[in-house]
Design a protein around this ligand. Structure first.
Ligand SMILES: [Zn+2]
Length: 215
């Protein structure tokens, strides 16, 4: 089968379709229409080697986004824990911290934009191509994740939370209340398994009570 070339909007020339960074190469992938296309990718996204395990673009995009979240965990946590002003005014001293203050926020912005970037609409010779399978995104504090697992990875590493515990709490709160779920996890003692079980029991109890109060 012929490998087709995607249309590339003028302002997206030399742009990675996955993360928006500069690109000077393409890889071959398959669309949901089973057409094979060349798609622009940057060095970094390519270095994740996800294209070796995913043959469809939909799957490939998810894998790459998950990888960006994992690889950028440190940079993303800067944004979660500091605002730009706090970062500038922080009392960190020493040359190592100067570099951090100068580049830390920038690193966060780059990582955030790569996570949130959404590639241009696909078309070949002007004909639009659908590329949506089950399109479900998860959002937390200005970041968009292409999978629940990816959001979970980010939250547990950024806020140093036990992943299993966080997952259970998130399930109770629902994905659209992730911020509350994270707050809960950070506030209750949950260092040990028994503490986590106890906190979870209490949470289930409080949800039941709220349910019972509903008219
Ligand atoms: Zn990229």
């Amino acid at each position: 089968m012929d490998v087709l070339n995607l249309d590339i909007p003028f302002d997206c020339r030399f742009t990675c379709w996955f993360c928006g960074e500069g690109s000077h190469q393409t890889i071959v992938t398959t669309l949901v229409t089973h057409q094979m296309v060349n798609i622009p990718i940057c060095d970094e996204c390519k270095s994740y080697r996800c294209h070796n395990e995913a043959s469809s673009l939909v799957r490939l995009e998810k894998l790459i986004k998950d990888k960006i979240v994992k690889q950028s965990a440190k940079a993303l946590s800067i944004g979660a824990n500091w605002t730009e002003k706090e970062l500038q005014e922080s009392e960190l001293i020493g040359s190592a911290f100067d570099g951090f203050k100068k580049s830390g926020w920038r690193m966060f912005l780059i990582a955030r934009d790569r996570v949130n970037y959404s590639g241009w609409e696909l078309s070949i010779d002007g004909v639009t191509i659908e590329n949506t399978a089950e399109d479900e995104n998860f959002e937390f504090d200005g970041l968009t994740f292409t999978s629940f697992i990816s959001m979970l990875d980010y939250l547990s590493s950024t806020f140093s939370l036990n992943k299993e515990f966080l997952e259970q709490v998130l399930t109770l709160y629902g994905d659209n209340r992730a911020i509350e779920a994270v707050k809960f996890c950070r506030l209750v003692p949950n260092e040990s398994k028994s503490e986590r079980d106890k906190a979870l029991e209490d949470l289930i109890e409080s949800f039941k009570e709220k349910e019972a109060l509903k008219p």
